[in-house]
Design a protein around this ligand. Structure first.
Ligand code: NAD
Length: 260
């Protein structure tokens, strides 16, 4: 379905981003993976994508908190592959603390990586998409783009911001064969969720089991974590021709969380 197309997926050395990059490669797209982590583990993931799916996979170490590095990542992808057709703004971090104790540098970092990075990447990729009259922009938002939780001020602000950015881009790009949508997962078991458990234990004075059952899964009527493969399948559908009229949406995939 995506043969001859190129996908840039930010924050794809792990979790949801890696699942989306692999799913697009499975559909035939060349991919640029991005993110931090152990160099040999990243190289293993990159070469596995090439050997399993017969596509070309490149790695960009661009830091999503730095606008110039993001612009270079998109330009390099266009120069190497000839186009960036699918852009998934997925890199994200979390920090959990009451607002009066929330470290200012953490606020700045979360807004930069979870929100401003998407602006920089879209700004760089959109002219090429418009010229070719085809594009798919998918922003990994969160149920926290629709509802709030205590102690996550920066994350909730960034995710609500990405919802607004998604809608604006959808309107600006609508007549160019380009769609822009935000996927809003509930809790997905990835390193991002695992890492916030200790801070949540502290902020709420709870055990690990209480955090998992009474905070995380409490939010989800299904009482199950969403899987990375389910999120990737939605990203594949949004890339398809059947989804060409779906644009500007803020799409929950959250086990019913935001229905409450
Ligand atoms: P993860 O920690 O597994 O992956 C995050 C990725 O972002 C990693 O590849 C990491 O290296 C990369 N990253 C972090 N900072 C970066 C930076 N400065 N520059 C480049 N890359 C950077 O987390 P995940 O759960 O897969 O999260 C992916 C996205 O999904 C995030 O935007 C997150 O907010 C969102 N999300 C996650 C959940 C969940 O429950 N896991 C729910 C809703 C939304």
């Amino acid at each position: 379905m995506l043969k001859g197309k190129t996908a840039v997926v930010t924050g794809s050395t792990s979790g949801i981003g890696l699942a989306i990059a692999r799913a697009y490669a499975q559909q035939g797209a060349n991919v640029v993976i991005n993110g931090f982590g152990d160099a040999s583990a990243i190289e293993r993931e990159r070469s596995a994508i090439e050997s399993e799916f017969g596509v070309t996979a490149h790695y960009s170490g661009a830091d999503m908190s730095k606008g110039a590095e993001i612009a270079t990542m998109i330009a390099d992808a266009e120069n190497t592959f000839g186009s960036v057709d699918l852009l998934v703004n997925n890199a994200g971090i979390q920090f959990v603390a009451p607002i009066e104790d929330f470290p200012v540098d953490k606020w700045d970092q979360i807004i930069a990586i979870n929100l401003t990075a998407a602006f920089h990447a879209i700004r760089a990729a959109l002219p090429g998409m418009k010229a070719r009259k085809w594009g798919r922009i998918i922003n990994t938002a969160s149920a926290h783009a629709l509802v709030a939780s205590p102690y996550k001020s920066a994350y909730v602000a960034a995710k609500h911001g990405i919802a607004g950015l998604t809608k604006t881009v959808a309107l600006e790009a609508a007549t160019f064969g380009i769609t822009a949508n935000a996927i809003c997962p509930g809790y997905v078991w990835t390193p991002l969720v695992e890492k916030q458990i200790p801070d949540t234990m502290q902020a709420r004075n709870m055990t690990k089991e209480q955090v998992i059952n009474d905070v995380l899964l409490h939010a989800q009527p299904t009482k199950q974590f969403v899987t990375v493969d389910e999120v990737a399948a939605l990203a594949v559908f949004l890339a398809s021709d059947a989804a060409k009229s779906i644009t500007g949406t803020i799409l929950p995939i959250d086990g019913g969380w935001t229905a409450e």
